[in-house]
Design a protein around this ligand. Structure first.
Ligand SMILES: Cc1cc2nc3c(=O)[nH]c(=O)nc-3n(C[C@H](O)[C@H](O)[C@H](O)COP(=O)(O)O)c2cc1C
Length: 363
């Protein structure tokens, strides 16, 4: 596996000295971490994907030692399109889900979108000891945000809010869109009753400014970055093809860079989850080194199965032991923009150097 032998741009990073002459083995390494105020046994979180919506997938993730899971999103569009009778009734009872089931047995039978989501949550809590994070996917604040409160009360350990949005309307300004998203974040954080992380896309003009504003609006964590669905064109039929390709380790650069830049800028109690392009134990070590508290994985686990969590944890343990780290906290942030000798390696200064470093050996 590829080690982290120097900071980006070549600045060497100091490693902690082994106190006992280097006799530490992989099993002595502590992989525990904290995320959104929760204690996790492992930094590997199963990101929202069909795997975490499947009962057997959840059970196998638990057996493999996953740190936490994020359930597939409850989408604003689906909630608004589907009936919400049960959820509305549930809200009026001011009882948690389990108790409310006894009050509303008939309504439980009415399987609308929110009901199914609550059932998924209950199932996940039943099979996993690790924390279960629910996910809301939305763009506007409105009546539907009551689901944040509902899911918080129904036993979710935390909530992830995905503000996926394609800014394709020429009449809407960046400032207007950001203000609307911040309003949504603050309403959800106020109502959820559990810690909220906001999953962002990388497409903000002033990312550091917006990320800080999201934290001020009440988010206890940021998840960097959402992976965009990119439609393709079917030339045979001249139609648009929905396409969601799995990531590769090469996609890791963008979230690595921004985690490194944002870690020192955000308050310490704001957690960072890194998602997009984490596939190997080395990828996880890099994510932690730039300041992430957890990694959130979908593509690798969908392709290789939930058992991959166990393999990645042992790869990570081996790397940490070999390089003298007793715990993740020894490694965390050691290559963030504040820790490396040349923080500009993450910014523009290295851009020209990097472009010129590639030579053309053409025919
Ligand atoms: C098939 C599939 C379904 C996904 N569904 C959701 C979802 O419901 N909500 C969400 O926030 N992200 C969703 N994602 C994004 C993942 O949670 C993850 O952030 C992204 O794929 C990047 O991680 P990766 O590189 O490990 O795949 C989905 C990804 C895939 C591949």
């Amino acid at each position: 596996m590829t080690g982290t032998d120097g900071g980006p741009g070549g600045s060497p990073v100091e490693r902690p000295a082994l106190g006992d002459g280097g006799s530490m083995g992989p099993m002595d390494v502590d992989l525990s971490t904290r995320y959104l105020g929760l204690s996790l046994a492992s930094p590997i979180v199963a990101a929202a994907s069909p795997l975490t919506g499947d009962a057997s997938g959840l059970r196998r993730l638990g057996e493999a030692g996953v740190g936490a899971v994020v359930l597939p999103s409850l989408f604003e569009e689906d909630v608004l399109a589907g009936g919400t009778t049960f959820a509305a009734g549930l809200e009026q009872t001011r009882e948690v889900f389990h108790e409310a089931r006894e009050y509303f047995p008939d309504l439980v039978a009415e399987k609308d979108v929110a009901d199914r989501y609550l059932a998924n949550l209950e199932r996940a809590k039943g099979v996993l000891e690790a924390p279960v994070i629910v996910s809301l996917n939305a763009t506007s604040s409105g009546g539907w945000t009551r689901y944040a409160r509902l899911l918080g009360r129904a036993g979710a350990d935390a909530l992830e809010l995905n503000v996926y949005f394609v800014a394709a309307d020429p009449n809407r300004s960046a400032a207007g869109i950001e203000a609307e998203q911040l309003e949504l974040v603050s309403v959800v954080c106020r109502d959820a009753g559990v810690a909220v992380a906001v999953k962002l896309s990388p497409f903000y003009t002033a990312m550091a400014n917006f990320a800080s504003a999201v934290a001020r609006a009440g988010a206890k964590g940021l998840v960097l970055f959402n992976r965009f669905y990119q439609p393709d064109v079917d030339l045979d039929n001249m139609t648009v093809l929905p396409r969601l390709s799995l990531s590769r380790s090469a996609d890791l650069g963008l979230p690595l860079r921004w985690t490194a830049i944002l870690r020192p800028l955000l308050p310490e109690d704001v957690s960072l989850g890194l998602t997009s392009g984490v596939h190997t134990g080395a990828d996880i070590a890099k994510a932690i080194a730039v300041g992430a508290d957890v990694v959130m994985m979908a593509s690798e686990l969908l392709a290789e199965g939930p058992g991959r969590v166990e393999v990645l944890e042992s790869e990570l343990r081996e790397w940490l032991a070999e390089h003298g780290y007793r715990s993740l906290s020894d490694l965390r942030g050691s290559v963030s923009a504040a820790s490396v000798g040349n923080p500009e390696a993450f910014e523009r200064a290295n851009y020209t150097k990097t472009l010129r470093s590639l030579e053309f050996h053409g025919r």
